[in-house]
Write a protein that binds this ligand. Structure first.
Ligand code: ZN
Length: 583
């Protein structure tokens, strides 16, 4: 197993910007570098290695190393951490490994005061040149036989001696690392690192136990918490060998982003709790990404990444790996910030961002998934309802709640059919309201449909006061009776002559009759209940009838006029009568 880790090194004339995820280094140039055993190395050796890579003359220039860190416990917020000594370097490495951070650093080169040579504080062209030179250097090292390394080391030692004799004030507190013994060890490490850099290949196959059982393909269980997360590889899409991720979801996300940026599709070969592997949909292509979760490890690591050998033949409009789950993750924050965000806008956003089209149905499903990710699934909400009601009762004295569970025919857990609740504060408020309850039901949308029944009071300022609610299967005599029975017991109690105002639904009227009279072999539960029509409903019905007549106005003009007159007259009548009724 190779102990080399790959770093994303940002450099050049860019600027550090910030966004919601913290620092953004996308304005800098970037290259990938491998460092062997980085957690065991001193910072002095890392810096020296960087001096060589970027061709920095330590006499005239010095470089600063800032690593990308995320110390937050909630959500992702990336920050730069200036590394000045070995202790800080090792702290960073340990945290990066523990927390699964993508390894990234920003290198900035500054001119020392007193040296006014060519260039300014940061010279991009200089560094580009340096990178090219570095490649040549590497080739040189490859061709050099091992004994030559000693000569190199001697040369480096001399170079280092210059440092010892004329230590440059760099403001970086690791002067102790220039003690000759340590320097020598560091140089040996440098040599080893260079060799690793030169000979680095993709053969880092890991020795890990194969599981007997593979979990089926798929994208795991829905997560019921805030999933705002950063894109891995520090806003770069590429997945590299040795990259670490905190979870399999993060691996999948990174692989998907990379595949989309390459405009290539992949298929999942393995997806288990320990391994994840994908390959190119093109059967002849060698592209493959393999990630695993090591024994006793808490993070995932990409162990194999091989490039594509297939060619892009045409520019497709759609991408098979842009799934509704993927869209949901990408649009998560946007949709939650604006709940009524339309699917057509999601389609446009995905097109803008990835240059791929998704169907309306996929955009709609993605939106539903966002809600599930944030608020839980419909199933979980249904399951949690009795617990939530008991919590409401605990926290709100004098509240009442009840559920009606239909027993299962096969002896298993029953089915929650109805739920009733009223808050203690509202129940107490009703005592100071008019003896009137406006009751009505309306259908619910969503997975389980059903109907919500409400009882609303009117206070002395003619303002509405929500009193009691129930979720039932639909409006029928049984469900209305069940609801009104609980309203009587928990809300009305002994208050006399309470009037129910309703839309005269047949099931409701039958239920009121049962409450009013002796029924089911029981004395009347609510003998003094009074019920009246809701005149607003009556007016609405009359007005809504008018357009039906209007449709026939050519054939039967008298009906149209009759409808219009009746509708207007009823409206005027109601407007005049209703305030009187409510006083
Ligand atoms: Zn391919």
């Amino acid at each position: 197993m190779s102990s080399k880790l790959r770093f994303q090194v940002h450099y050049g004339d860019g600027y550090i910007s910030h966004d919601a995820y913290g620092v953004d280094l996308s304005a800098f140039e970037r290259r990938e570098c491998g460092i062997d055993k980085p957690f065991e190395r001193s910072f002095g050796s890392i810096r020296k290695w960087l001096h060589e890579i970027f061709n920095v003359n330590p006499k005239t220039h010095f470089l600063t190393v800032q690593t990308v860190t995320n110390w937050g416990t909630e959500g992702d917020f990336w920050e730069l951490m200036l590394i000045a000594n070995t202790e800080e370097w090792r702290t960073y490495m340990q945290a990066a490994l523990d927390r699964g951070w993508p390894l990234a650093m920003l290198i900035q080169i500054h001119q020392k005061t007193g040296h006014f040579g060519e260039g300014s504080t940061s010279t991009s062209s200089h560094m580009n040149q340096a990178v090219e030179q570095e490649n040549e250097d590497q080739n040189m090292h490859v061709t050099e036989p091992e004994p030559q390394g000693i000569a190199d080391q001697v040369g480096e030692k001399e170079d280092q001696n210059v440092h010892v004799i004329q230590p440059e004030p760099q403001g970086l507190a690791d002067e102790g690392e220039r003690i000759p013994g340590i320097v020598e060890a560091v140089q040996n490490e440098d040599q080893e690192a260079r060799m690793m850099e030169e000979c680095g290949d993709s053969s880092d196959d890991e020795d890990y136990p194969l599981l007997g059982e593979w979990r089926g393909k798929g994208f795991g269980n829905p997560v019921i918490h805030d999933i705002r997360s950063n894109e891995y590889e520090y806003r770069e899409n590429e997945v590299v060998q040795g990259a670490k991720y905190p979870s399999i979801e993060a691996v999948k996300d990174a692989v998907k982003l990379w595949a989309i940026s390459l405009r290539k599709e992949f298929r999942v070969v393995k997806s288990s709790s320990k391994e994840y592997e994908v390959n190119c949909v093109n059967g002849d292509c060698t592209w493959r990404v393999h990630a695993y979760k090591g024994k006793y490890k808490t993070h995932w690591e990409c162990s194999i990444v091989t490039p594509h050998t297939c060619r892009l033949t045409d520019v497709a409009q759609t991408h098979r790996n842009i799934t509704s789950t993927f869209v949901a993750k990408k649009m998560y924050g946007v949709i939650l910030d604006k709940i009524d965000y339309e699917p057509k806008l999601i389609i446009r956003d995905i097109d803008d961002r990835f240059q791929y089209k998704i169907s309306y149905a996929k955009a709609w499903r993605a939106k539903q998934k966002v809600f599930e990710m944030r608020f839980g699934t419909y199933e979980a909400s249904y399951d949690n309802l009795p617990h939530m009601l008991s919590a409401i009762m605990q926290r709100n004295p004098e509240s009442a709640a009840d559920t009606y569970i239909v027993p299962s025919l096969d002896g298993g857990p029953g089915f929650l059919l109805r739920a009733f609740f009223c808050l203690g504060a509202c129940v107490r408020a009703f005592m100071y309201c008019l003896p009137v309850l406006c009751i009505d039901g309306t259908f619910l949308t969503g997975r389980y449909k059903g109907t919500i029944l409400t009882a609303i009071g009117v206070d002395c300022n003619k303002q509405v006061v929500p009193i009691a609610f129930a979720f039932v299967e639909n409006e029928n005599t049984e469900s209305w009776y069940w609801f009104l029975e609980r309203v009587k017991i928990h809300v009305v109690a002994g208050r006399p002559d309470v009037c129910l105002i309703s839309d005269r639904h047949a099931g409701l009227l039958a239920a009121i009759r049962q409450l009013h009279e002796e029924s089911r072999g029981q004395p009347p539960l609510w003998p003094d209940v009074v019920s009246r029509w809701c005149i607003r409903h009556t007016r609405t019905v009359a007005r809504s009838a008018a357009p039906i007549w209007m449709e026939h106005r050519h054939g039967l003009p008298c009906f149209w006029w009759a409808g219009l007159v009746l509708g207007l007259w009823t409206g005027l009548l109601v407007d005049a009568v209703l305030p009187v009724l409510c006083v």
